[in-house]
Design a binder for this molecule. Structure first.
Ligand code: IVH
Length: 689
């Protein structure tokens, strides 16, 4: 069989090992020395695991140098087995559940009606839990909760949190583990997001995500730059007890200079707990941090010990959750926003109101059908909520408060920006403006996309510039950006525009005059063509001229070019339609030509040019047993292969699982190598199974 020839040599596997090592080392440098990771931590871990698997399978491949593969600190986090499991809490959703909890505890402990059951009520902080281990009064180990049994070693990261003492006082036991919640205050979260956005990084959805993202940084310096805090609330392993009660424990922790939540109260009956719940609830919106309920804990430790736990939650505690905060406000108006691809999105303009500590003045209504479904009208009183995430939702209309003269919203049949017809295509939820580039809203949105970070990445070219240049007719289409240098002296005369800032802007435009094909295609902002598809197209067509020629030819759906296009795994007929319409629209042809004249569009360069399957076209057929079809495809593409849907003369390998039929037969007829799934994995140097 042909495959034997290619999978024989260890040389190939060694080459793959070397390639992996080089890649790991490159990303290591990007991460640690340049603070500019190009792949996610998860992807990095995957690379490492691949390298390790290869070396585990062929130990004679390892040489001293390979010890560097996955060497700390880039190796991800080490695992920590918790000396005592980190538990979760069962939930109570209403007062009845709380009554029931108290009765359960009393029954379990066999308390009589005269016995007082003390419970501590403390806010449930919306962050993530961490365990801090002190040995001989020194902080030695910090871990995330993980699955409750095994967490990750984040010692270095926790050291940068000012609320966490590095030492305990002399009278503290030799071994003491303190547990609590790492969180971010809301004001700190907003400033962090501002910084993220200014740097072109993605903002976090809420303070909890921001805390989690900041804590799970492989580089502790990044964590140290994030405003994290810690509230202590329980303990793990200890060599000697420090208190008989939870309240006593919290008091001692305060003396040890830990932050303990100030709203904590000890109560001796359910009424007290519920009072605490309502008090804490009424302060919720004005607290500087997010909480999502109140936790009730049996105060006496001897009673806690007797009660133990059930299915990973203690019997002696319960979390009384808050409902998502809802408030009423007036919906003043519904306005329509026009997006880059012409999508018309209705937005509710609200009488500004505070929900969960944030002032809300707008909420998305998503699309036309949502307006009908929610039955909202201008002038309505609406209930809005902010549930976990920062983006507020309209829950419902308070119909009783609807003004008598209100009328249903007339979702315009025309674009509010350019007046072109707006249509909702069959089966689509979105209504779109058909104005294309004559629509100023679309043109401005497209320009924003064009200069954005994943596209041309023109530093310092902000929304402000785009809008101003558009108004002054300096930049009407993307190619105009590259002619701005001819207007330098004019630009410098503008009010508030220093000569230096104009020079900087023009310099950053110049620095982007050469662009890789994939980025270029993405920058065009063609509907349905995201970064991945743009890259696929670059990979398959290689150069801008080849791409334009193919797209022009592919307008004819009977053409070979069309067949090749839809045969790219990842480009369906719908995306193919959008592509061919884009490349054949006269406006766009002009823009493309202008851009080609102004720019150097670099031919696709294979990142994995040395992988054995780089540049090869492969087809998967039959049932794959060792991985899913998507995974197989992703792996092949990572190695530089093109994945096609059907077999042709251009196919290099067909990977046939059980049940492969006509495609495998056709391959044999055409003399194309047919590989089994394990043979394919060996070829690409990956573990089978
Ligand atoms: S006590 C053995 N107290 O809630 C008791 N947990 O749903 C374990 N949490 O994983 C937790 N504030 O991350 C406790 N005052 C508090 C808390 C709290 C927040 C979190 C913690 C835990 C989760 C359980």
């Amino acid at each position: 069989m042909k495959a034997a020839k290619v999978n024989s040599g260890e040389a190939l596997l060694r080459a793959e090992r070397d390639r992996l090592r080089a890649e790991i080392s490159r990303h290591d440098t990007l991460y640690h020395q340049q603070d500019a990771p190009k792949i996610s931590d998860a992807e990095f871990d995957k690379l490492r695991r691949k390298a390790e698997a290869l070396e585990a399978k062929y130990p004679h491949f390892s040489d001293p140098d390979s010890d560097r593969v996955g060497a700390p600190p880039a190796s991800g986090f080490g695992k920590v087995k918790h000396s005592q499991p980190m538990l979760s809490l069962s939930n109570a959703f209403d007062e009845e559940d709380v009554e029931e909890f108290s009765k359960r505890v009393r029954r379990f402990l066999g308390l009589s009606d005269d016995d007082v059951l003390e419970l501590v009520a403390e806010p449930k902080i919306d962050g993530l839990s961490a365990s801090l281990r002190y040995e001989n009064r020194k902080f030695v180990l910090g871990a995330t909760r993980g699955d409750g049994t095994v967490g990750e070693n984040i010692t270095e990261n926790l050291k940068s949190i000012p609320d966490i003492p590095m030492t305990l006082p002399d009278n503290a036991p030799d071994i003491y583990e303190i547990r609590g919640e790492v969180y971010m205050r809301r004001d700190d979260f907003f400033s962090l997001n501002k910084r993220q956005e200014a740097n072109g990084d993605k903002p976090f959805a809420n303070p909890r995500n921001a805390a989690a993202g900041s804590l799970r940084q492989l580089d502790p310096r990044i964590t140290a730059s994030r405003p994290l805090r810690f509230f202590a609330y329980s303990s793990g392993e200890l060599s000697a007890p420090i208190a008989d009660t939870h309240q006593g424990f919290l008091d001692t922790l305060k003396e040890w200079e830990f932050s303990v939540n100030p709203l904590t109260r000890t109560c001796d009956a359910v009424v007290g707990l519920l009072e605490s719940y309502h008090n804490i609830g009424s302060e919720r919106a004005t607290l500087p941090y997010d909480i999502d309920g109140v936790v009730y804990k049996v105060n006496r430790y001897d009673w806690q010990d007797r009660m133990g736990m059930v299915s990973r939650a203690p019997r002696w505690a319960i979390a009384h959750k808050f409902p998502a905060e809802q408030v009423e406000t007036i919906l003043k108006d519904i306005s329509i926003q026009v997006g880059r691809t012409g999508a018309l999105t209705p937005v509710a303009i609200l009488e500004p109101i505070t929900v969960g500590g944030v002032v809300v003045s707008r909420a998305t209504l998503h699309n036309k059908d949502e307006i009908t479904r929610k039955n909202v009208r201008a002038g309505d009183t609406v209930v809005i909520q902010r549930a976990g995430d920062v983006i507020p939702q309209i829950v419902r209309v308070v119909l009783e408060k609807r003004p008598a003269n209100s009328t249903p919203f007339d979702f315009s049949t025309h674009c509010p920006e350019c007046g072109s017809l707006a249509i909702q295509e069959d089966g689509e939820v979105v209504t779109r403006c058909t104005g294309g580039l004559i629509c100023p809203a679309q043109a401005v949105e497209r320009l924003k996309h064009f200069v954005s970070r994943s596209a041309f990445d023109i530093e310092g070219f902000g929304v402000k510039h785009i809008e101003a240049f558009w108004q002054d007719e300096l930049v009407k289409s993307p190619a105009d950006i590259f002619n701005l240098k001819d207007h330098a002296s004019n630009l410098k005369k503008r009010e508030g525009w220093g000569g230096q800032s104009v020079d900087n802007l023009l310099a950053s435009i110049e620095s982007r005059r050469a662009i890789p094909l994939g980025r270029f295609v993405y920058a065009l902002g063609i509907r349905q063509i995201g970064q991945a598809t743009a890259r696929l197209l670059a990979h398959n067509y290689g150069t801008i001229d080849a791409l334009i020629a193919a797209m022009t030819e592919a307008t004819d759906i009977e053409s070979d070019a069309y067949a090749t296009l839809v045969n790219i795994d990842g480009v369906g007929p719908a995306a193919a339609d959008d592509l061919t319409s884009f490349f054949n629209e006269p406006h766009n042809v002009k823009i493309l030509n202008d851009l080609k004249n102004a720019l150097t569009i670099k031919a696709f360069e294979q990142a994995n040019a040395d992988s054995v399957v780089s540049g090869k076209t492969v087809v998967f057929t039959g049932t794959l047993e060792l991985m899913t079809r998507n995974e197989a495809k992703a792996r092949a593409e990572t190695l530089g292969a093109k994945v096609a849907g059907s077999v042709s003369k251009k196919t290099d390998y067909v990977i046939a699982g059980p049940g492969a039929g006509s495609k495998a037969r056709k391959a044999t007829e055409l003399g194309i190598t047919v590989l089994s799934e394990p043979e394919w994995l060996t070829l690409i140097g990956q573990e089978a199974g």
